[in-house]
Write a protein that binds this ligand. Structure first.
Ligand code: MSP
Length: 513
């Protein structure tokens, strides 16, 4: 496992600016943020990239439909995605827009590298294209005039440059076999491998029937296929084409591109092929997460059920939304977003389990220990078991975070939260107050220590609440990374007055807009 100080580069997909952000976009970004925060706290040198994908026919059409020039349209919609990362308190280091000069330069440079290597040739494309997916489809994939996931396709016939993808079938298969963790989850890896085993056709990488894209070097009739342009963002942001850039040297290859399952093929087949052809290293890993439905239905404008992440955060709170998205569904699986499930999780896991634990314990300390960290006496077996289950947690969740198994990391943390609640009930410190105040002090110290460790480890998931818990334990802002995980509370330290961390929600008066 990579140690402290080692680099960690994580990316979200860059979002199409054809429409306003929804919960699906928030999901990927939050997952990456959880990972980035965890790795930073764990001492890694993190770079976290997100941004917007602003070229292509889909965006051009949306601009036209809005009656705006593409440039003005992308500026406006991209801004909404920036507002979303603010709203979600995302800890990204860079926000890239594919209309920026640095990116146009990088896209043209990778194009040139592919031309120079003889990987691109001029031909003509005649076939099906889906603007929604910005993807080409073979005749055999078309069912009732639509592509397999149901998007309409149109017939395109135009001069086009092609990337010799067919030549990369064997190198890609060799690469997947040599790097068994490159595609996750495993079931997705199998899908991609059988797709590649089925044979690869050369890929059209330029378009001539519209102009909203990166101009092909030396052939101004063509713009680059939006996916070649878009994928390149991951290296633009670390300084490509200057591969001597310290960012490139430190952070490429990326540790993980987190993407939705719908765009895995672009990331796990085309992208490593482009990179290898350009003489660059492929990323280390691509993780494909699943899709959310809403109250059992596909999210769509026509069903008017698109969940707006801004409203959701306003109604329920940011920690609450982050927690639900990371806990409800195993990362990699599809899931259903329902109001009932959301409120259930928030009330049971956050308010009852975690919030009550800290509230009960810290108020007992405030009332019965003069508001100071109590002095522990000799420890019983029960105390030791409690303490060690909390101190073991970091070692247990680290491998889960390395593999993006977020729901399990939370599950493991919550097992200890529930164990701490049982320990409170079993030890009944309130009853010890009269009979054995010293023992009460020990029990409360064990609990405060346990809460401290739990708050440390929940910071990546619920940064607000975990931060307030650490405030209430008087842990300095600069002593909250995992290097301080084993630094125990000092008896006698004055603690601020405790207050509730995670509120309960009443089923009746909340609405998801
Ligand atoms: N622009 C491309 C990505 C280029 S990356 C080099 C794109 N953009 S997108 O805005 O359409 O989608 C971005 C991400 O949102 C994808 O990973 C997609 O899977 C995710 N989601 C969109 N709807 C979703 C759900 N309903 N549920 C979960 N994620 C979803 O594709």
């Amino acid at each position: 496992m990579a140690g402290r100080g080692s680099s960690f580069y994580v990316t979200t997909p860059i979002y199409y600016v054809n429409d306003v952000p929804h919960i699906g976009h928030a999901y990927t970004t939050i997952a990456c943020d959880v990972l980035a925060r965890f790795m930073r706290l764990d001492g890694r040198n993190v770079r976290f990239l997100t941004g917007t994908d602003e070229h292509g026919q889909k965006v051009e059409k949306s601009a036209a439909a809005a009656g705006e020039a593409p440039r003005a349209f992308v500026d406006r919609v991209s801004q909404r995605f920036r507002e979303l990362v603010e709203k979600l308190d995302i800890s990204h280091d860079d926000f890239i827009r594919t209309t920026e000069d640095r990116h146009i330069k990088a896209s043209q440079a990778i194009w040139q590298a592919l031309i120079d290597g003889g990987h691109i040739y001029l031909g003509s494309y005649a076939g099906w294209y889906s603007v929604r997916d910005e993807a080409f489809y073979a005749e055999s994939e078309i069912v009732d005039g639509k592509e397999p996931s149901g998007a309409p396709v149109e017939w395109v016939e135009e001069p086009s440059y092609f990337f010799r993808l067919s030549a990369w079938q064997q190198p890609l298969l060799d690469f997947y076999r040599a790097n068994p963790d490159f595609i996750a989850p495993q079931s997705r890896r199998n899908e991609v491998m059988s797709f590649v085993e089925g044979g690869l056709l050369d890929l059209s990488v330029s378009r001539t029937s519209f102009s909203w894209g990166v101009p092909v070097p030396n052939d101004p009739d063509h713009v680059m296929y939006v996916w070649l342009d878009a994928l390149t963002n991951y290296i633009t942001a670390v300084g490509y084409p200057n591969t001597d850039d310290p960012l490139y040297q430190t952070f490429w290859p990326a540790n993980v591109h987190v993407v939705g399952k719908d765009i895995l093929r672009f990331h796990a087949v085309y992208w490593p092929a482009f990179l290898m052809a350009a003489g660059l290293e492929p990323p280390r890993r691509v993780f494909a997460h699943g899709w959310w439905t809403v109250e059992g239905q596909k999210m769509s404008k026509s069903l008017r059920n698109v969940v707006d992440p801004f409203t959701l955060v306003d109604s329920f709170g940011l920690d609450q939304v982050r927690y639900f998205l990371m806990r409800e569904v195993p990362f990699g699986n599809d899931g259903d977003f329902s109001r009932k499930a959301l409120i259930g999780r928030l009330n049971n896991d956050l308010a009852n389990d975690f919030g009550n634990l800290s509230q009960r314990v810290l108020s007992m300390i405030a009332r019965n220990c003069g508001g100071k960290v109590p002095e522990p006496g000799a420890l019983t077996d029960d105390d030791k078991t409690m303490l060690s289950s909390a101190s073991d947690l970091l070692g247990r969740i680290r491998p889960l975070m390395e593999t993006q198994t977020f729901h399990e990391a939370l599950d493991v943390i919550w097992t200890v939260i529930r164990a701490a609640n049982s320990y409170v009930d079993r030890q009944a410190p309130w009853a010890l107050k009269k009979t054995d105040p010293a023992r009460m002090g020990t029990v409360l110290w064990v609990l405060a220590e346990t809460i401290r460790r739990l708050a440390f480890l929940t910071q990546p998931f619920v940064p607000g609440g975990a931060g307030r818990m650490l405030d209430q334990l008087a842990i300095a802002d600069d002593a909250r990374d995992f290097a301080a995980f084993d630094t125990a509370l000092v008896a006698g330290t004055a603690l601020p007055a405790p207050s509730g961390i995670f509120p309960r929600f009443a089923e009746e008066d909340e609405a998801i807009a």
